[in-house]
Design a protein around this ligand. Structure first.
Ligand code: NAD
Length: 368
């Protein structure tokens, strides 16, 4: 195989990836799939994709599809990932992996049983900020990590129905992933408190009453702990998806308000920095997607609005997914890593619902 033939399902957020696959030298975007026929036809026409499926099972039966990239609503991630793995396809799935321990376990088992690659497409570990701090850790500039803190605060009112009342920690991977990836470790156990209250009609959806959930995570085989905070409703804050790393030589702290830039601390000295871009790590053909929207002038009506494309992460995600298949190696966010990051959130919510009891992650989700 010298090119991976990809089928893309879910074309809201998922449409952002169409031109990246089309221009990546290791990929061929052979098919797209979503339920809404008219917008499927419009996207297919705009991007010159003839094979369009309204039914996901039919795309999985297509022998010309080697790999699927899933961007459908959260409740569908588990079943669609498992169905694809069982159909012999490699799977990239947007976050979170699933919404129950059992579904995470089934996905890990399905990836192994079918010997297929699984990658959770966590944007937060391919942003330029993440790649920059990773390089500062690797070259010793920060020194030895002492503590990590992550937060994801977003007002989700008005988003599609399945978001309403979602337990904040059920969508925590953007805040969890960078901390564990930078520490080079996995989570072992978690304690979490819920704080504040959301409106009764929101509570009724998932039985989760909290406005904010805040967790302390104990890392496996490590002296480190990490702190994660999430809010989705009725908590005033500018959007933030952040990580901070405190280390013995220098520390990196995320900006407080958008655009002011993060700070590197060296003792008492605070230096506000501009984070460089990491497009040079990518094939020439897709480098422009780290700093620009994916749509050209002709497709400007499908505007790309999500804050610089999630830190320029989208082409890095695509590149890693394609390379792990072609190099026959696990993805950086493989099935066990994805389960670990996702289960930090699920176990944290369980802890919050039992007033902060300590919850251990299941063994299958902690790499040995
Ligand atoms: N930073 C990130 O990683 C990030 C950002 C945005 C969204 N997301 C994730 O992307 C996913 C989609 O988000 P969205 O805002 O585009 O949602 P959306 O509800 O607007 O769009 C979902 C898409 O899935 C399609 N779909 C739904 N059910 C289907 C089915 N049974 N078969 C085939 N297609 C089906 C719909 O037609 C639509 O194209 C969510 O899971 C969300 O968590 C991740």
């Amino acid at each position: 195989m010298d090119k991976v033939r990809v089928g893309l399902v879910g074309l809201g957020f998922g449409a952002e990836f169409i031109p990246i696959y089309q221009e990546h030298p290791d990929a061929e975007l052979v098919a797209i799939c979503q339920r809404d026929g008219s917008s499927l036809a419009a996207l297919g026409r705009d991007f010159g994709i003839d094979r369009r499926y309204g039914d996901y099972a039919r795309m999985l039966a297509d022998p010309d599809v080697d790999a699927v990239h899933i961007n459908t609503p959260i409740p569908l991630h588990a079943e669609q990932s498992i169905a694809a793995l069982e159909a012999g396809k490699h799977v990239a799935c947007t976050v979170p992996m699933a919404t129950s321990v059992e579904d995470c376990r089934r996905i890990v088992a399905a990836a192994r049983a079918n010997d297929r690659r699984y990658m959770m497409m966590e944007t937060a570990v391919f942003t330029r900020e993440f790649l920059h701090v990773q390089s500062l850790l690797r070259d010793g500039s920060l020194g030895r990590i002492q503590f990590l803190r992550g937060a994801h605060q977003q007002d989700m009112s008005g988003w599609p129905g399945y978001w309403e009342g979602l337990p904040p920690m059920h969508y925590a991977t953007h805040a969890v992933g960078p901390l564990l990836a930078l520490a080079g470790s996995a989570a072992e156990s978690v304690v979490c408190f819920g704080s504040g209250r959301i409106a009764p009609d929101l509570v009724a959806r998932y039985g989760s009453p909290f406005a904010v959930e805040t967790a302390l995570v104990r890392l496996a085989d490590s002296t480190l702990a990490a702190e994660v905070t999430r809010s989705l409703f009725e908590t005033a804050r500018q959007y933030v998806e952040s990580f901070s790393v405190y280390a013995d030589r220098r520390s990196f702290e995320w900006e407080q308000t958008e655009g002011e830039g993060p700070v590197i601390f060296e003792g008492e000295i605070a230096d506000r920095i501009t984070v460089p871009d990491y497009a040079h790590l990518l094939p020439q053909e897709v480098r422009r997607f780290t700093t620009k929207g994916v749509y050209d002038d002709e497709h400007a009506h499908l505007s790309f609005t999500q804050g610089g494309g999630h830190g320029g992460s989208h082409p890095h995600l695509v590149h890693e997914f394609l390379r792990c298949i072609l190099e026959e190696r696990p993805a950086t966010v493989d099935e066990v890593t994805a389960a670990n990051w996702t289960l930090v959130g699920l176990c944290a919510h369980e802890s919050a619902m039992t007033d902060g009891s300590r919850v251990r992650l299941p063994e299958f989700a902690v790499p040995s």
